[in-house]
Write a protein that binds this ligand. Sequence first.
Ligand SMILES: Cc1cc2nc3c(=O)[nH]c(=O)nc-3n(C[C@H](O)[C@H](O)[C@H](O)COP(=O)(O)OP(=O)(O)OC[C@H]3O[C@@H](n4cnc5c(N)ncnc54)[C@H](O)[C@@H]3O)c2cc1C
Length: 462
Amino acid sequence: MQQEKIPTIFIVGAGLGGLSLYHALIKNKDKKEFNVKIFERESSPTDRWQGYHIGLTNYGTQSLLNCIPSSIASNLPKAMPSPIPGVETHGINITDQVGNVLLAPPIKPYKDVYELAKISRGLSTIVTYRDRLRDVLLEGVPVQWNKKCVKYVETQEGVWVSFEDGSQEFCNILVGADGINSPIRKQKLPELQIFNYGITHVCADISVPKHLINKINKINGNILACKTLGTKGDSSFMISRFIPIEQEQNDKKDEPHYRVTLVYSYPSELNNVDVESDKVKVDDNDPASVIEHVKRLIRTLRPDCELTDLLLELWDLAPKTIPNGPIKFPFKTYNPVQRRMMQDIDPMSIKSWTSSRVVLLGDAAHAMSPVLGLGANNAIQDADKLSQALLKYTDNNISFIKEYEKEMLKRTSADVLKSRTVTFKSSTPIGPFGVFIRDSILKVMNVMINFYNFADSLIFKN
Ligand SMILES: Cc1cc2nc3c(=O)[nH]c(=O)nc-3n(C[C@H](O)[C@H](O)[C@H](O)COP(=O)(O)OP(=O)(O)OC[C@H]3O[C@@H](n4cnc5c(N)ncnc54)[C@H](O)[C@@H]3O)c2cc1C
């Protein structure tokens, strides 16, 4: 009897989405065996900054736990330590420009990631160290580093994939998990366009001393994520864990420090207007100049108040030089602070997708504004759904890919557009009347959300 050939799957991109898919395919080996290879353009796990805190939702963590084996799951507390009761609340507050809370959606308490993953109604989140999650997911995965995919050629039987080093390899299914600038997407769906928001954002991971954390808590209580809305189209976002970090290079060793991600967003046209002096030059290769630029904007666009002073103090903690290699700062990796354009992949720019043996996952298919924190959650859900679809793999029929794409597009297009709407709403400059309307709407929403949640918990008791 002729033995069935084991099909080969290539995953291009070892980010959160590609790695989750790798684990899921290996985990499902007993149900359907594949020869899986994963390629990454970076030269090593520490090649590029993988930092900042992200919020993983109950849906994202459900999918993550579906994808990974128990040996990897046992390491998850390194990336997403369980909430510290009474010290940390894993939720978000939205405040006005002086720190008055406008919206504070209710939080369903949970003990750890397993309990979070069981929450089936509403959105709950765990603040996760993105870099450590990638490290945990890399464990035991034979990533082929320094393999930048440049193009592919599809045939009846499979796909020839070409790499920058001149090599070519053949697979039955090619998965593009290669991020927002995916060359695989550009070849597969050249009509699918990147949408530019005209908004710039600057992110920094910083190490914050306890006395400043106390000031943050004075405004937010112990809520870990806080967005403050400005009135000139700018907004600020802070997301923290209140777990002391090891100090490697800090002078004040006696005071505990905490890891905080800061984001400041503003209309991109403000990049061209120098608000204080036309002599100052902002250079994205010079983090100090970018940090000064952010501080100048905050000083100019924000009112004189305690919150503005706090934001300035926090931005002053952002690393101002680029080190030669990945160093402990005091986290494992280091991010040169740069201005970035806010973008998404516009689901409306294409009428329909053509299904083939080349399939997309995560940001490669549906990069979205980070405002609602849904990008990584969707990338991991894609990995889960695609691994399920691949259980139906046959050599001559790709209807399982169509099914995956149908579900993925429905789920993610809605999230891309929702994230875009919220981004624009929070980035429109407003006058005093606009501030009144904005604050009133958010306060009414706050009452409604809290009431709905209360009624929901009475009815469904979960
Ligand atoms: C400031 C900020 C905050 C965010 N906060 C959240 C949050 O709270 N919650 C959330 O869910 N999401 C959040 N996100 C989004 C989230 O980080 C991304 O959606 C997620 O990392 C996407 O995962 P991915 O695997 O699809 O892509 P990526 O993580 O981009 O991985 C793609 C990989 O492909 C590799 N690659 C690229 N091109 C090639 C090539 N040609 N050949 C080989 N390899 C290649 C890249 O090097 C990379 O390793 C945030 C994003 C930002 C910027």
